[in-house]
Structure formats: structure tokens, C-alpha cells
Design a protein around this ligand. Structure first.
Ligand code: ARG
Length: 618
């Protein structure tokens, strides 16, 4: 049961004549300040303006007409024409009683479920997976769970980058620098080393190449003195002489060219490269699977760019036949309104692009799943790519599909630069999770020394992984955020640890009272709302469904984390102010135990939608 929706329907029925009932009812919101009631209807001011009426008078009319029973009595007119709604305690108590018997805690499936494909995680395999991938994985997983809980058919899609230049780099490394023993011992480690080696060898082309080009440009303009001065300025800190700089750039370009050739051969079906690729892939997938298992992530579809490869010629031919794509300077491109530069679907050398495979994926997904929505949980730096792809897909015939780039910002280190380790490497995901678990272990050892060793290890895993996920999900996904392990595992503040601890408290009270949550649920005791802390907690418990609606509509898990943090705080006040086991009567005690159970279940349910586990004690 969704209180906000019910109030909105009631206000829609009471909307002033001659106005859009929908707009009027959308102006019903939760109050930001309890002094103004629990909810507010703020539509009367705009309505009065549109109708040329006095807003307070209009508000009084609506107040006398709107039927909010049995949830609330007539709303109160306040200020320039606000309507304040205060829910009736008896109704809150009865609604909580119903909630106690409801496994879904009031969350109802939507009336019109959609088929939604969520593309998330989608790392480039064979490169070491880094901390940036955690955002896509964690946010995508949570959105999948939230949308599925709302009754949508969710298809989790890991669009693996398994066909790109990184394989050319690895193939080049394999052919020139392979350490066979290392590959036998740790295949993924050796592949990652070969990738890094090739990347490092190619780097001067990027770093030094453009600088050198500037120097050379001056020379070709016949300005040798200026060229020499510029060289001294641009290369002074590198310690390279002119011939050395030229040699470094030339070598880098040669490796880059060789890697491109290896990639092209792979794509063209060269038997040796294909065989190697087939040999590498199972190891890469196995390593990924290990991480996904640890994170509790499972995909329905795990198709990579390689899967779509065979469809690409047809995609380009079709775009051309329909007059969408055209030839420009030897390449095949599509001009779109989305960006000033056209989107390239086939390069001059015949190679297809990242964009082409995204179009193939859309075609495949529509034919296979007939999806209503396609969501892409990908770094905001790819915004232009997705604008173009969506634009082209719409003109290609997929105009009724709802495409959305669910963008997110960058993870920063404490220095506010993109997160790196001391050695300068982008942090590997595995070691980062290990570090988080170790940090959590310190906290657990300090707070729960009485628990057996094995249990503490298990709690540390749940707390450590939960901390990393929650830190990410509790940010507005569009912002960059600073990765700070100490803060993440803190017992206090807006952390998973705090919520997990609150959950454990809701469970330990039952053990102390020598009863169980199941017994209370079965007994269905009447709920009493007598203390303000009970009222505030009880109302919050009833607001899970409307919270999920907002989180789903905005595709923002932080709406849910904010709610859970608020709930845990209200529980904490309730726990301080209202004795549970020592309540004044057995009826009051059972009522409060019921509130504890509902709080625990709501916390666990909400955390599960974030992909975070709980433990029974900590
Ligand atoms: N593999 C890409 C990367 O790591 C992300 C792929 C996102 N999904 C897509 N359909 N383009 O940058």
C-alpha cells in the first residue's frame, strides 16, 4: 500500500473544476517538516492563479471536499494556501498491523510491468578489472533488484568488451614477451601483465607524440630556433634528447600498429589469433565470475562484443539501404542531431566500431526479448556515444523503445584525483575488496570480540563488501565521490555498517526477550502508537513503497539509502525512548516487538535491494 498514491488519488478527485486533476494531485508531497503534518498538498496556489481565485479560499474548499478517510481527517489550511495532512494514529497502527502479516512489506507490483534490459558491469575482459567498474556493477545490480521488486521483468545484461584492441595488445605481448611458466601458474595474471606491458610500450605515442608533432610543425615552417626552444621546454623534464624522443615515439607507434594488426587479424578470422583468443577467454571469464560471486551479482545474458561481431556487416548494410548511413571520406557514418561529429559505423579500413556493436545489440535484444526499456549503466564520460546510438536506433526503427543512459561519476582518491594506489596503478577490484574486508575485521574484532572467530570472519566479509557497495550507492550516482575505507566501515553515520548494526539490534532484542520474530508475526498483536518516537518510526515503516517508486522512477539507489538511514535513526530514537522488554504491559511489549520486527525486515529488505547482506548478530 502506497500512502502517497492514495492521497494523490483522493486529491485528484477533489481537484478544483477546470484544472488538470493530475497536476493538482502531483503537488501532494511528503512534508519536509513535521510541524506541517505528514504530507502536504501544495497545488492550491497554482490552481488559484490559473482560476483567478483567492488561494486560501480555494484551499478551504478543497479541504472540505477531499475525502481522506480513514487515513486522515480534513486537511488543515496553512500559510498562503497549503493543505497539511496529518495521518490518524489509529489508522497508522492498523496499517502496521497489516504490514506485520505481509512478506512484501506493502510493496505491490506495478499495474503495467515492463520488460527492462539493464546493461551493467560490462568490463573489458582480459584487462584487470578496476575500481571504476565497481560503480556500474553495484549500481546496475541494485537497480535490477529495485525494478524486479516492483514487478518488472528485468534482464541483466553484461555487455562484455571482449573483442577490442586489448586483445590485439595481449596477442602482441604473447608473441613477443610471453612467460610460459607464469601463464601456467596464473593465466589471468600473465595476460594482465602482457596487456600492461603493451600499453606501457604504446604510451609514449600518446604522451610524447603530440609534443613532438608541435616541434616538427615549427621546423617545417622553417623556424628551427623556435622549434629547438619548444623542444627544450616540452621535453626538458623527460631527460630525452631529440633522437631519443623520436625513437621512443617511433617504437610506440610501431607497437600500436602491431597491436592494431593483431586485432584486425583476430576479427578477420586468422586461425592462430582466434585459437589464442579462445584459449584466453575461459580464464578471463572465470576470473570475472569469481568477482561476481563475491559481489552477489548474476547476469541473465552475458554476451560480449564478439557475439555481435557477425551481425555487424548486416547492420551497416541495412543502415545504408534505409538511407540512414552514408559514405564520407571512405568511412560509413551517420549524421545525428545528438552531436556535431557524425557517428562512425565502419572505418575506412573496414573495421566496425563500438557504436556498430551497440546497434547490433539493440536489434538483437528487440528481436529476442521485445524489451520496452533499455538501460545502460555506464560512466558519464560515454554520454555522447549513447546520445548518438539512441538517436540512430530511433531512426532505424526502434522509436518506441525507451533508451536511457544511466550515467555515473568518477571515484576519486583522497587527493580528489581519480582513485589510484600508491604504486600509481588503478586499484584492482579484488585487492580493494580484500582491503575493505580487513578493515571491517578490525571493527568487528573491536566491537564483537565475544563472537567466535569463524563468525567474526563471516561478519567481516558481509560488512566489508557491504561497506564498499553502500558507499557507492549512497551517493547521487551523477556525482564523483571520494573513496575512503575508514569512513565506509564506520559504525556511525550513513554507512552499511550502521544499518547492519541496527538490523542486528532488532534481532538481538528477540533473543534477549526469549521469543522470536516469527512468534510475534504469528500472534499479530495490536499495535499501539502512543509515543512520538513510535509514531515517527511507524510512519516511516509505511513509506517503503513510495520510496521505491521514487528510486525506480529516478533510477537512483541513493533515494533508498537515504530512506534506510532515516529509518535506522528513527529506530535508534525509538529504542532509546521506548522500553521494549520492560514496557509497561505485555500488550505494549508485544506492540513494540512488532515494531522491532518490522524495522528489521524493512532494513533487510532494503539492504537486499542494494545487494547488501545482513547478519543476525554483530
Ligand atoms: N566495455 C565498455 C567499457 O568498459 C562498457 C560497455 C557498456 N555497454 C555498452 N553497451 N556499450 O567502457
Amino acid at each position: 500500500m502506497n500512502i502517497l498514491n492514495r492521497l494523490r488519488r483522493a486529491f485528484a478527485d477533489a481537484a478544483p473544476e477546470g484544472l488538470s486533476a493530475d497536476a493538482f494531485s502531483q503537488a501532494v508531497r511528503p512534508s519536509t517538516d513535521p510541524r506541517f503534518g505528514d504530507y502536504q498538498a501544495n497545488g492550491c496556489m497554482a490552481a488559484a492563479k490559473a482560476l483567478g481565485r483567492n488561494p486560501r479560499e480555494l484551499a478551504a474548499e478543497v479541504a472540505s471536499r477531499v475525502d481522506l478517510s480513514p487515513m486522515a481527517g480534513p486537511p488543515e489550511v496553512a500559510g498562503p494556501g497549503f493543505l497539511n495532512v496529518r495521518l490518524i494514529e489509529d489508522w497508522i497502527a492498523a496499517a502496521l498491523g497489516d504490514l506485520l502479516a505481509d512478506d512484501r512489506l506493502g510493496v505491490e507490483p506495478v499495474d503495467d510491468p515492463e520488460t527492462i534490459i539493464i546493461d551493467y558491469s560490462s568490463p573489458n575482459v582480459a584487462k584487470p578489472m578496476h575500481v571504476g567498474h565497481i560503480r556500474s556493477t553495484v549500481i546496475g545490480e541494485s537497480l535490477s533488484r529495485i525494478l524486479a521488486a516492483q514487478g518488472h521483468k528485468v534482464i541483466r545484461d553484461n555487455h562484455l568488451g571482449d573483442w577490442g584492441l586489448q586483445f590485439g595488445q595481449i596477442l602482441w605481448g604473447w608473441k613477443h614477451h610471453l612467460d610460459r611458466d607464469a601463464f601456467e601458474r596464473d593465466p589471468v595474471g600473465e595476460l594482465a601483465r602482457l596487456y600492461r606491458l603493451a600499453a606501457a610500450k604504446m604510451k609514449p605515442a600518446e604522451d610524447l607524440g603530440p609534443r613532438l608533432a608541435k616541434v616538427q610543425a615549427l621546423e617545417s615552417q622553417g623556424k628551427p630556433d623556435e622549434a629547438a626552444a619548444l623542444f627544450a621546454r616540452l621535453f626538458g623534464d623527460s631527460g630525452l634528447s631529440r633522437p631519443q624522443a623520436e625513437a621512443a615515439v617511433a617504437e610506440a607507434l610501431a607497437v600500436a600498429e602491431a597491436a592494431r594488426e593483431e586485432t584486425a587479424k583476430l576479427h578477420a578470422g586468422d586461425p592462430e589469433n582466434r585459437k589464442l583468443w579462445e584459449r584466453f577467454m575461459p580464464h578471463c571469464l572465470e576470473a570475472l565470475e569469481g568477482i561476481y560471486q563475491r559481489l552477489g551479482v548474476k547476469f541473465d545474458v552475458q554476451l560480449g562484443e564478439s557475439f555481435y561481431d557477425a551481425m555487424l556487416p548486416e547492420v551497416v548494410a541495412d543502415l545504408k539501404a534505409k538511407g540512414i548511413a552514408q559514405t564520407s571520406a571512405g568511412a560509413t557514418v551517420v549524421f545525428t542531431e545528438a552531436t556535431s561529429a557524425p557517428m562512425i559505423v565502419q572505418k575506412r579500413d573496414g573495421a566496425f566500431t563500438y557504436a556498430t556493436s551497440d546497434l547490433a545489440k539493440i536489434k538483437y535484444c528487440e528481436e529476442e526479448f521485445d524489451a520496452d526499456r533499455l538501460l545502460y549503466v555506464v560512466d558519464s564520460r560515454q554520454a555522447d556515444h549513447f546520445k548518438q546510438v539512441f538517436d540512430v536506433a530511433r531512426s532505424w526503427g526502434y522509436s518506441s523503445v525507451d533508451f536511457e543512459h544511466v550515467a555515473f561519476g568518477t571515484i576519486l582518491g583522497r587527493d580528489r584525483k581519480p582513485f589510484k594506489t600508491r604504486s600509481g596503478d588503478v586499484v584492482g577490484l579484488e585487492s580493494l575488496l580484500d582491503e575493505a574486508v580487513a578493515k571491517a575485521r578490525e571493527v568487528v574484532d573491536e566491537n564483537s570480540a565475544h563472537l567466535p572467530e569463524q563468525e567474526r570472519a563471516r561478519i567481516a566479509e558481509v560488512v566489508g563488501i557491504g561497506a564498499v557497495k553502500y558507499a557507492d550507492l549512497s551517493q547521487n550516482r551523477l556525482s564523483d565521490y571520494v573513496f575512503d575505507l575508514d569512513k565506509m566501515v564506520a559504525m556511525n553515520g550513513n554507512t552499511a555498517t550502521y544499518l547492519q548494526y541496527a538490523y542486528a539490534r532488532t534481532r538481538s532484542i528477540f533473543r534477549k526477550g526469549e521469543t522470536t520474530p516469527e512468534a510475534i508475526r504469528r500472534a499479530r498483536p495490536p499495535i499501539f502508537i502512543t509515543h512520538p518516537a513510535e509514531r515517527a518510526l511507524g510512519l516511516a515503516l509505511l513509506r517503503l513503497p513510495e520510496t521505491l517508486d521514487v528510486a525506480a522512477a529516478e533510477l537512483k539507489p541513493n533515494v533508498l539509502t537515504d530512506y534506510l538511514f532515516g529509518l535506522a535513526n528513527l529506530f535508534s530514537s525509538f529504542f532509546e525512548e521506548c522500553p521494549v522488554l520492560k514496557a509497561e504491559s505485555p500488550e505494549r511489549r508485544d506492540s513494540r516487538l512488532a515494531l522491532c520486527d518490522l524495522t528489521g525486515r524493512t532494513l533487510a529488505f532494503g539492504l537486499d535491494l542494494l545487494g547488501i547482506e545482513v547478519v543476525e548478530r554483530m
